[in-house]
Design a protein around this ligand. Structure first.
Ligand code: ZN
Length: 675
């Protein structure tokens, strides 16, 4: 009976889509979503840990489903997989931290009690003996006219700072109470590393972090996973310290922590070097491994002589695996987080697989790994977006939706920041879904799920989740359910499958996401961030395929580029599929122009294009001194690229560029049209 009722509901919902997409709208099956969630959260999948057997089984299962729906492989070498090179880092007990004042006894700190730390630079042993510098919030935000560093160089130093951002009620200043990315702890580590810091100590205050020390300690006590080094600056000691420890630390310098907190609220704030050293010996166990994102696609029908645009759907499949130190059920089943998102993603994929006629633009599906380790699978996907067979124009993400009935509200936080929002409002209305604003913008939830990895490279992105109001219940009931989940199930083995769950609501959320995708696939490339949005610049960069100058010269402030053009992949090299590495010594004259380019290592078909491209680069004139750097350029024809693909460049690290090109085809437009 229940099943019939669900099918009936889904059937009614499909009318709206049918009209919108003018196609035979598929039916969305609550039962199929249930089966996916039940299997993915079963004991056999061992909690789908990143770099563990269970995680790999989940990836295999998702790829097999994609195949059964007739999706085209969109991974590497004709497979459904994109390899994500990672390293597990576990801080070992031999690690020691001490705060050493200029005179007097050092204060020895206790690991996990007083501090937690990870060596992001992925070396087995790191020794630090460096002065500690208080940098306020450690934020550089030109759009807010805010710079905590004021030109101060953190090279060879350790940063001390507060989490979050300057206190504000003004919506035009750091978005008022809402958290911007500048307030997230991940930003603090990234930004201080970009300023050259060896290590960073974030002062933990429960009120600012919105979670207690227990949470920090639990997630930092075991192995943490990182993307394999890609040239992005990293810290040897990415650390949190307890507020009391910070109080003692600044006390050694005769300063008061509360006063420093007040000082940090000002635009006039300048870094304060303390007469205290951090003496740290960090010992880590390193475990390199490869994890996988799972990628499948439905090809669009639009025939254009350029890289096809695509609507992207994402949902992470990983969870925390098994913790053998826990007695009893030690499997982190992750039924809701994120078995449900995967179930919905798969049901949407199945629906697109049977959609006739095919949508104008392609539909790409990515079930990503290592979300729980810090959005790593999606970070890799975003950083390598130009290597995908299609170009994502919008990402719709699903992460942890409770199967507790028919939602009457939907949360789409972030959608209101894009030009796609009017479509979202319209479709939500057709589904009888009220849009629920972010209940806790100060917690910065927007920056805590995979869509953010795509936003930060510029792609308009948001998550779709249920609100709090469910059919047949009042709002208080929904809020109580959400609280129950957070208090007793979230990130615990207790997030396990229940037979009495009602998946009809998740079928509705799948159907809603399908309708959004239909609208986006029809609307196409004019989906963008609203003017002034924090990701607007990133989108311009993404669309133009321009080189990220900051990343290319990271850690080398002596080079200040003012004009960098992309390097061309010569047609003859593409025609013969010739790839290779060119290393060029670039001499920049005192007037800021490129004086000379010497090829140190080369390739006959590629050298000239590198020389020609580099001669156009220009730098800010500083002291009139001549300087040189060695630039490495990897030319690659990615497997799976067909003719018509545009050139693309990406920064792989400081002074390291990748140039990608599709195979060159004569009369490329005819070749595409006849396929
Ligand atoms: Zn989670």
């Amino acid at each position: 009976m229940k099943k019939l009722a669900i099918l009936f509901t889904a059937g009614v919902l499909c009318v709206g889509i049918l009209l919108a997409a003018k196609s035979h709208a598929p039916k969305f099956s609550a039962e199929k979503i249930r089966e996916h969630v039940k299997y993915l959260s079963s004991d056999a999948l061992e909690g789908r840990g990143t770099g563990q057997k269970g995680g790999d089984l989940a990836a295999d299962y998702i790829a097999a489903q994609f195949k059964s729906y007739g999706l085209k492989p969109a991974g590497e070498n004709g497979t459904y997989f994109q390899s994500v090179p990672m390293v597990g880092v576990k801080t070992l007990p031999e690690t020691s931290f001490a705060l050493a004042p200029a005179s007097g006894e050092p204060l020895v700190l206790k690991n996990l009690e007083d501090y937690v730390t990870s060596n992001e630079s992925q070396t087995g042993i790191a020794d630090i003996d460096a002065p500690i510098v208080f940098v306020g919030y450690g934020i550089t935000a030109p759009e807010e006219k805010w710079d905590d560093y004021k030109g101060y160089d953190l090279k060879g130093k350790v940063a001390l700072l507060f989490v979050n951002e300057p206190i504000s009620d003004d919506p035009n200043f750091f978005k008022g109470k809402a958290l911007t990315y500048n307030g997230r702890w991940t930003y603090k580590f990234e930004e201080t590393a970009r300023h050259g810091a060896l290590g960073t100590l974030i002062i933990h205050r429960t009120d600012l972090a919105s979670y207690g020390w227990e949470v920090v300690r639990n997630s930092w006590g075991g192995e943490r996973s990182f993307l394999k080094l890609d040239g992005t600056p990293k810290l040897e000691a990415a650390s949190w310290i307890q507020q009391d420890v910070a109080r003692k630390l600044v006390g050694m310098a005769g300063l008061d922590l509360d006063k420093l907190f007040q000082d940090a609220q000002s635009r006039e704030f300048k870094p304060i070097e303390l007469p205290v050293h951090l003496k740290a010996h960090i010992v880590s166990a390193l475990r390199p491994f490869t994890s996988r994102n799972v990628l499948g696609m439905v090809e669009g029908s639009l025939e254009e002589n350029k890289r096809a645009e695509a609507v992207l759907y994402t949902a992470h499949y990983d969870h925390f695996g098994i913790d053998r130190s826990i007695p009893g059920d030690n499997i982190f089943h992750g039924a809701i987080d994120n078995g449900t998102g995967c179930g919905i993603l798969l049901e949407i994929a199945r629906a697109w697989g049977v959609t006739k006629p095919a949508p104008a633009r392609s539909i790409l599906f990515a079930s990503v790994t290592a979300e729980e380790q810090g959005l790593l699978g999606s970070e890799y996907l975003g950083k390598h977006a130009s290597l995908l067979p299609v170009e994502p124009i919008l990402d719709l993400n699903y992460d942890a939706l409770a199967p507790i009935g028919i939602p009457e509200e939907v949360e789409v936080s972030g959608a209101e920041r894009t030009t796609f929002y009017p479509s979202v409002e319209k479709i939500a209305g057709e589904f009888g879904l009220a849009i629920r604003p972010d209940a806790q913008p100060e917690a910065g939830h927007y920056y805590r799920s995979d869509h953010f990895s795509l936003s930060r490279v510029g792609i308009p992105s948001f998550s779709i989740s249920e609100g709090r109001k469910f059919k047949g219940h009042d709002l208080a009931w929904g809020e109580a359910q959400a609280k129950e989940y957070v208090d007793h199930h979230y990130h615990k083995p207790a997030d396990a499958f229940r037979e009495d769950w009602d998946f009809a609501g998740l079928a509705k959320m799948a159907s809603f996401g399908y309708a959004l995708g239909s609208a986006a696939a029809a609307q196409g490339g004019d989906i963008r961030w609203l003017p002034g949005d924090e990701f607007e610049k990133a989108l311009q960069k993404y669309r133009s395929g321009a080189i990220d100058m900051d990343a290319l010269f990271a850690g080398h402030p002596e080079f200040r580029p003012v004009y960098i053009s992309s390097l061309l992949y010569p047609p003859l090299a593409r025609q013969t599929r010739a790839g290779g590495t060119v290393v060029a010594r670039v001499t920049v004259g005192g007037d800021g122009t490129v004086r000379q380019v010497d090829v140190l290592k080369g390739h006959p078909l590629l050298d000239q294009s590198v020389k020609d491209g580099l001669r156009a680069w220009k730098f800010e004139v500083q002291d009139g001194a001549e300087r040189s750097f060695d630039l490495t350029c990897d030319f690659i024809v990615p497997s799976g690229w067909t003719c018509g693909h545009q050139n693309a460049s990406a920064v792989l690290g400081p002074f390291h560029l990748a140039v990608w090109g599709g195979p060159f085809c004569i009369e490329a437009s005819t070749a595409i049209a006849s396929k």
